[in-house]
Design a protein around this ligand. Structure first.
Ligand SMILES: Cc1cc2nc3c(=O)[nH]c(=O)nc-3n(C[C@H](O)[C@H](O)[C@H](O)COP(=O)(O)OP(=O)(O)OC[C@H]3O[C@@H](n4cnc5c(N)ncnc54)[C@H](O)[C@@H]3O)c2cc1C
Length: 240
């Protein structure tokens, strides 16, 4: 039985799980998320009126109902579980923890009270538990509240507004090479600097990131992880 741990249940993590569950039927896949609920930014980032985009969660729900996939919410890599523990129990580890912070624009006034990143606001109004306490002074908004929010939401805010958290930086230092901005870089095969450890989705590179790129990364990571398992099996046979 091949044991696989995936950190993060956003589009990238869900796709890795789906493909590996099919490619390696003799596998147990554990999908960990620090939030109590799955689906990452599709649930907590994508604007609530983009129902068509959010509909992809139906597909993800089917993935999570597969027999050899378990979802474990409220488990934060770095505090509730360590990389050393994962390595002890899993043959393959995929980091798909996303880029949950807003990019700094480095413009004047950026840190003034009342100035929020679009990602922050979208998490707050999507009910992300870590942003529930955000004090948005919407009483001060113009008559039409939607006008107030339009500044941030009028254009394609999914483009390049996110950055990894420092929390991510602290947990990954112990195993995979990180770059100065906290991403966990991986090559075009999603391989990190550690064999058997992959990074996929928004966490791997600062770039234009969307659901489609995250799921694409997930597919590649799964393919490579399957090859890795086959190679190990082959070596074990030869050694016998
Ligand atoms: C405001 C906003 C709107 C967007 N709108 C669109 C859109 O309309 N269309 C589109 O295609 N893309 C959109 N995007 C981009 C898209 O949502 C992301 O590119 C995509 O969700 C990235 O997928 P992911 O799996 O890499 O990461 P995420 O979706 O971020 O999922 C990562 C998961 O990892 C979990 N996690 C993080 N750290 C840990 C840890 N230490 N331990 C355990 N779990 C952890 C998180 O809780 C999260 O569930 C938007 C992004 C934002 C911010």
């Amino acid at each position: 039985m091949v044991h696989i741990a995936i950190i993060g249940s956003g589009p990238s993590g869900c796709y890795v799980a789906d493909i590996l569950a099919k490619k390696i039927p003799d596998s147990q896949i554990d999908l960990f998320d620090k939030l109590p609920t799955p689906f990452g930014l599709v649930r907590a980032g994508v604007a609530p009126d983009h129902l068509h985009t959010k509909n992809i969660t139906r597909q993800f729900e089917r993935i999570l109902s597969r027999e050899n996939i378990r979802f474990a919410g409220n488990i934060n890599l770095g505090t509730d579980i360590s990389y050393a523990e994962l390595k002890q129990h899993y043959h393959i580890i995929v980091i798909a923890s996303g880029a949950p912070l807003d990019n700094k624009l480095n413009i004047e006034g950026e840190s003034l009270n009342g100035v929020y990143g679009a990602g922050e606001i979208s998490r707050w109004y999507n009910g992300h538990p870590e942003f529930a306490g955000l004090q948005i002074p919407y009483e001060a908004a113009p008559d039409n509240v939607s006008e107030f929010f339009r500044t941030g939401f009028g254009s394609n805010l999914s483009v390049n507004i996110s950055a990894p958290s420092t929390e991510t930086t602290s947990y990954n230092l112990s195993f995979a090479r990180t770059n100065e901005e906290g991403y966990i870089p991986s090559n075009e095969n999603m391989e990190t600097s550690v064999p058997g450890v992959y990074s996929a989705g928004d966490i791997r590179v600062k770039d234009l990131r969307q659901i489609v790129t995250a799921t694409g990364d997930g597919s590649i990571a799964a393919e490579q992880a399957q090859k890795f398992v086959e190679e190990i099996n082959e070596k074990t046979k030869v050694a016998k």
